[in-house]
Design a protein around this ligand. Structure first.
Ligand code: GLU
Length: 444
């Protein structure tokens, strides 16, 4: 049996860190087992699903390096859901119900008022044919409910949460299709999981109750349920389910200069007992992926921590991996010098300006003679090896300066800034002619 996972977003919006994490875990588990990773677009809600969102989801997954092996759209598969409904109807596992949303709401309130769980009372099951005819004559159309089997507890061993048990009598028979014919999520998802051979359903713990209901649907359709892993949800750094997280997607990451590898490194391990480490190749994350390492507590996602991890990722990127995204002309040597100073790759362009110039800096009065001397020395030393050492060595002797008084004016004159990359390799990149010119200009 090929391990098959699926990521099943509704294309009613863009992906955010929470569902990117779910996608990643499904992908990692499939890869770890040499299996298949399916993207299933849950677009049964034609009003809220858009083609733009579906395309954006595909593009976002590609950016993350999580391309699916296969993609399905639920809107292409309505005939399958109709067929499943027919089967369940003839097996007596689906029934029509006519209550309006207001009527159902009232029932719920009455039960809650009596301190009882707000479980649907199955009144629709005792409607007489006359009553149904009357409702239909009034223009009411039925919605459809799946009839839970109340005989035995629903049980499964969750790969993250351990043994789970639900009493079906405490659950409402789920509505699977609306009166206007629109499908709700529950049955189509089960039908697809069966037909696509899904072996592992990995999703957020907000779906735990759905799983209890769907396990009965799998069984009613004659299929063995897959394995389930429900992960604790992601919360913001303040410890709450935050709105901000819901809008933190690939676009926001790109804007913040976050590399896909940083986001993947973070989301692979956040909420697990394994350390979050900056990894630029996915192999170690595949290798170490293990449901047993997942904790039950909500995982905290912090953008600042991600930015710090991102810097550590950037410091590891090879020239070959970035050459299309850094300024043209910035070769391997220059990249090696500049890389350790970057928080974000885009800052490379900034540093490249320092190398390429123009740099304009006018030194303070006190430093001008010193810098004129520096220009003179720089013009005379051998640039083929260690020019920074030669320049600062000679300057120290002739000016009597040392420490900050020696180094800071040089850095300022040569780069226009107070801090930055190590000067020795940077000076070699700037070159003799430019260096002498900048020192002279600052001294003028
Ligand atoms: N479309 C559902 C959601 O986004 C899928 C849940 C599932 O993985 O089954 O919540």
């Amino acid at each position: 049996m090929t391990v098959t996972t699926r990521f099943a977003p509704a294309p009613t919006g863009r992906l955010h860190v929470g569902n990117i994490r779910t996608a990643l875990h499904n992908w990692l588990w499939a890869r770890k087992n040499g299996g298949r990773f399916i993207l299933r677009l849950d677009d049964t809600d034609a009003e809220r699903s858009t083609v733009e969102n579906a395309e954006a989801i595909v593009a976002d997954l590609a950016w993350l390096g999580l391309a699916p092996d296969e993609t399905f759209r639920q809107s292409d598969r309505f005939d399958r859901y109709d067929a499943a409904l027919e089967r369940l109807l003839s097996a007596g596992r689906v029934y029509p119900a006519y209550e309006t949303a207001q009527e159902l709401d009232l029932k719920r309130k009455v039960l809650l008022g009596r301190g009882k769980p707000p479980v649907y009372d199955r009144a629709a099951l005792s409607l007489t044919a006359d009553h149904v005819a009357k409702l239909e004559a009034e223009g009411r159309r039925p919605h459809w409910r799946f009839k839970l089997d109340h005989d035995a507890a629903i049980e499964w061993h969750d790969l993250i949460r351990g043994p789970q048990q639900f009493d079906p009598a405490l659950l409402s028979d789920p509505v699977i299709r609306r009166e206007d014919g629109r499908w709700l999520y529950m049955l189509p998802s089960t039908v697809d999981d069966i037909e696509m051979g899904v072996t592992h359903v990995v999703r957020g713990e907000d779906h735990v109750t759905n799983t209890a209901l769907q396990i009965q649907m799998f069984e009613a359709l004659g299929a063995a349920p897959p394995a389930f892993a429900h992960e604790a949800l992601l919360v913001g750094s303040e410890g709450k389910l935050s709105k901000r997280l819901g809008s933190l997607g690939v676009e926001a990451m790109r804007e913040a200069g976050i590399e896909p590898a940083a986001l993947v490194s973070k989301l692979a391990r956040i909420g697990t007992s394994l350390p979050v480490e900056p990894v630029t190749t996915i192999a170690p994350l595949i290798e170490s992926f293990d449901f047993a390492s997942f904790g039950r507590a909500p995982a905290r996602f912090d953008m600042e921590e991600l930015a710090a991890l991102n810097a550590r990722i950037v410091h590891q990127l090879d020239h070959g991996a970035v050459k299309d995204r850094i300024p043209p002309g910035m070769g391997e040597e220059a990249w090696a010098v500049i890389r350790p100073n970057l928080q974000r790759l885009a800052e490379a362009a900034d540093w490249w300006h320092i190398v390429e110039g123009p740099v304009t800096h006018r030194a303070a009065e006190d430093d001008r003679a010193f810098l004129a001397l520096a220009a003179e020395i720089a013009g005379g030393i051998d640039w083929s090896e260690a020019p920074w050492k030669a320049l600062t060595g000679a300057l120290k002797q002739r000016s009597g300066r040392s420490g900050k008084a020696l180094f800071l004016p040089l850095r300022q004159a040569l780069t226009g800034r107070d801090s930055g990359p190590e000067m020795a390799p940077l000076l070699a990149l700037i070159g003799k002619e430019q260096s002498v010119a900048r020192l002279r200009a600052a001294a003028a």
